[in-house]
Design a protein around this ligand. Structure first.
Ligand code: CO
Ligand code: CO
Length: 324
């Protein structure tokens, strides 16, 4: 991707656009543009083909996922626009249901859907362009992790394995519903907790999986990230579907990309191995928290009903280390 974007980053040089606080020069979850001393806008978009069969649920998950990039930057969502591709033969009621699901999530975020655009296409797709807001001095980026920080994850892993089993018709209803409930959850409470405590570093875990996004932090922050495999939260059923080889297409790309960048001190078994690379839709935030602030951070998360697991820490070096 970096290669494809080169002509853009060459044309729009960082030094020529001082108000662009986060752009292609140091790609993050979303772009951030300063308006004045107290306000910067956060802009992001995401769209993809259905990850679940139910139209309303697909809309809700997509909206939670799209807004998550604003939360990963420490912002609040202001407004969103829908983008949809729809096959003409499909009933329009289904598209209405997708829009309803997304609208309910955007409303839950305290934001508004202000418009959108739909085209005809053979493969349905849906997403949102989301505008958020953050104080320019309090942007949370992937480059904010420091040696000694503890790593918190706010949702369990394994959504990709569950939705792949769903697409192949081998998932249990209970496993699917549980993963859906997680994917529909907003990362808003976690974002507010980060701002309250003054945390500096966090991406959300999406297509590159836990280790892919962790590697982004490691590179951007000039540190190594160390995980404790036994501390990782995994959704019910994910290991079972890993064993049944319900592996999402993106997992192979993630493993290839991370080759030579991950040091397994204790080689996990094949099923567990998949969890580290599993592409997530609407995953949790991976938050680097200085040890002196961990108690306050845990309180801030709990008071907002946000879930979290302490899964590792930041150490000197480069790349990723996985211990048992
Ligand atoms: Co993101
Ligand atoms: Co995104």
């Amino acid at each position: 991707m970096a290669q494809v974007l080169r002509p853009l980053s060459d044309k729009f040089q960082t030094k020529d656009f001082p108000a662009l606080l986060v752009g292609l020069g140091a790609p993050d979850d979303a772009a951030v543009y300063r308006i004045n001393d107290t306000t910067a806008i956060i802009q992001t978009m995401d769209f993809f083909p259905p990850v679940v069969d139910d139209a309303y649920t697909f809309g809700a998950i997509t909206a939670a996922n799209a807004m998550s990039d604003v939360y990963a930057m420490g912002g609040e969502v202001l407004l969103a626009l829908n983008i949809a591709a729809w096959r003409e033969e499909l009933p329009l009621e289904l598209l209405t249901d997708i829009f309803r699901g997304a609208a309910d999530k955007v409303a839950e975020a305290g934001a508004v859907i202000a418009g959108g655009h739909t085209i005809t296409d053979d493969e349905p797709k849906f997403g949102l362009s989301v505008t958020g807001i953050v104080h320019p001095d309090h942007i949370i980026t992937k480059g904010g992790a420091r040696v000694g920080d503890l790593l918190l994850l706010t949702k369990p892993l394994g959504f990709g394995l569950i939705t792949t089993a769903g697409k192949n018709g081998v998932v249990s209803d209970a496993h699917l519903q549980n993963a859906i409930d997680w994917m529909m959850r907003l990362n808003r409470g976690a974002a507010q907790a980060m701002q309250e405590i003054g945390v500096r570093g966090a991406p959300d875990i999406t297509g590159y999986g836990l280790l892919g996004h962790a590697y982004e932090i490691a590179e951007a922050s000039g540190v190594a990230l160390r995980f404790h495999a036994s501390a990782l939260p995994v959704v019910d059923g994910a290991l079972e579907y890993a064993q049944k080889k319900q592996i999402p297409g993106g997992a192979g790309r993630n493993k290839l990309y991370l080759e030579g960048k991950v040091q397994f001190k204790h080689e996990p078994n094949d099923d567990w191995y998949e969890i580290f690379f599993d592409p997530q839709t609407s995953g949790g935030l991976l938050i680097a928290v200085p040890p002196a602030q961990i108690d306050a951070m845990e309180r801030a998360l709990k008071s907002r009903g946000a879930t979290y697991w302490v899964i590792g820490d930041v150490v000197e070096g480069t790349g990723i280390i996985v211990e048992s």
